[in-house]
Design a protein around this ligand. Structure first.
Ligand code: SF4
Length: 355
């Protein structure tokens, strides 16, 4: 039984860290039922998805993240013409968004990022650009001798619509020191997305869990996201990303020590606890068919999630770390999966407006 006062705070949007830790001790299906009920009351029975395309313009990276299986695999860098070709394919397939991110090229200054945005907007001004992680923004700023704010403003002026809230990993510095010591600190990530929100660039919020992090770290991360949202209102969604332990040093060490990837129950608990902690603050919780597989992603829709993410067309980051769900999912299959949950599929744009 969930204590009355915890239920009350869950519905009011004031769940505390202690409440979340208590909720994690109850039977998982009781937790999932609470999250599902809050989801139903918040966003109803529509399950949204977006037609989009991922473009990872380079895998060359000076970063040292220990969980990364993508960096320097092929050592490629797409030319602007190759990027334009991919954008054209996205347009032809009905995409409303291109999500563009890449490794940290040595000496890549802001001009590279501006050229990429112009490659989209020059031919398809209506196509939504969802581009560049907070880490890439800081990398471009440093290489260009600009402040983060100046960088964001320049990119916005050149067609940047929204940003993926990636590079967040776990927003706890003791964890970041182990898994990504050269990446942004917790505070730098917070400052970057806060600046972005304040100049009118909305972002998503992500959390990559299931490596060296604890449940307390995850709750602290989600509460950090909640605090930023209270201040700026700039997050469109929260996206839990289950860590894939293959072909990367952190994962290989885990496997050697007899620790394996997140179990399905743990994944679903993350969705449920995120829905409860973020209630009244962030309405949209996205499940990841790439990370969880299509079947568990479908079940996550009954544990707090209300969005199935994108069709993607091309997915290489999770695939290189052992994901097996493929690079693309058709609208027909997404809708098939959603309808089987007796909910209604709805195509959306990046900012969750129905199409
Ligand atoms: S996660 Fe990104 S920044 Fe880190 S090493 Fe991989 S490509 Fe580079």
């Amino acid at each position: 039984m969930i204590p009355e006062d915890i239920l009350e705070r869950a519905y009011q949007g004031t769940t505390t860290k202690e409440d979340a830790l208590t909720l994690l001790k109850i039977k998982p299906f009781e937790l999932f039922a609470l999250a599902d009920q809050i989801r139903a009351e918040t966003v109803g029975d529509n399950v949204t998805y977006i037609i989009n395309r991922n473009i990872n313009f380079t895998d060359i990276c000076i970063g040292t993240c220990g969980f990364c299986a993508f960096k320097d695999k092929k050592g490629y860098l797409l030319s602007i013409d190759q990027i334009k070709e991919k954008i054209k394919e996205a347009h032809v397939s009905g995409a409303t968004e291109v999500c563009i991110q890449g490794g940290l090229l040595p000496n890549a200054d802001i001009d590279l990022y501006i050229d990429i945005l112009r490659a989209v907007k020059s031919e398809y001004p209506h196509l939504h650009t969802h581009c560049f992680s907070p880490m890439e923004i800081n990398h471009a700023a440093r290489a260009s001798g600009l402040s983060v704010e100046e960088t964001l403003k320049k990119l916005k002026d050149n067609g940047l619509n929204t940003m993926p809230g990636t590079a967040a990993e776990i927003l706890v510095d003791k964890v970041r020191k182990i898994i990504c010591p050269d990446k942004l600190t917790r505070q730098e990530w917070i400052d970057t997305v806060t600046l972005a929100h304040n100049i009118g660039i909305q972002t998503t919020a992500t959390m990559m869990y299931g490596h060296v992090d604890t449940w307390e770290d995850r709750i602290d991360h989600i509460l950090t996201i909640r605090e930023i949202q209270k201040e700026t209102g700039g997050f469109s969604e929260f996206v839990p990303l289950s860590f894939m332990p293959y072909n990367n040093p952190i994962g290989e060490k885990m496997l050697e020590e007899g620790r394996f990837m997140n179990t399905g129950i743990d994944d679903l608990k993350v969705y449920a606890i995120a829905r409860i902690l973020l209630n009244t603050h962030i309405d949209n919780i996205q499940t990841s068919w790439v990370k969880l597989g299509k079947k568990l992603a479908q079940i996550a829709l009954s544990c707090g999630a209300n969005d199935m993410g994108g069709t993607l067309m091309e997915e290489s980051i999770s695939r290189s770390a052992g994901a097996f769900s493929g690079e693309v999912i058709s609208v027909e299959e997404l809708e098939w999966i959603i309808r089987a949950t007796e909910r209604t599929p709805v195509q959306r744009d990046t900012l969750y407006r129905s199409i």
